[in-house]
Design a protein around this ligand. Structure first.
Ligand SMILES: [Zn+2]
Length: 120
């Protein structure tokens, strides 16, 4: 009896992920169904996970881009709230006593919100 040897990529049958790529057929250039690949710049299907030209995972790339955009927005929002909070806290010193409590309270809440947003 002889042993059977496998040559080539056998990783796909060893209990790992099996990637099924869409067929490489021409894609019509229509923004509702197609897009340009972020890696190879070829036209591929918009709602298909892998690029039909290079196999690049579009969904993971989109998730990374969206996470970076959300993080940038959080930092801008936190900075804006911090500026508003410091401004109100500073402005409170020049206002009458009755308004000073409100400006300091709102400024403090803005600073707390800014810290909470930037922290996450
Ligand atoms: Zn591609």
């Amino acid at each position: 009896m002889t042993t059977q040897e496998f040559k080539g990529p056998v990783d796909n049958v060893a209990g790992r992920d099996i990637n099924i790529y869409p067929p490489t057929e021409p894609v019509e250039i229509d923004p509702s169904v197609s897009r340009y690949c972020s890696q190879c710049d070829g036209v591929t299907w918009r709602y298909t996970r892998h690029c039909i030209h290079c196999g690049f995972d579009q969904f993971v790339h989109d998730a990374d881009v969206n996470a970076a955009r959300l993080q940038k927005f959080k930092i801008k929002l936190g900075m804006g709230l911090a500026v508003i909070g410091f401004s109100l806290a500073t402005l409170g010193n020049y206002l009458p006593q009755k308004m000073r409590v409100w400006t300091l309270s709102i400024g403090g809440l803005c600073l707390l919100a800014a810290m909470g947003i930037v922290k996450n």
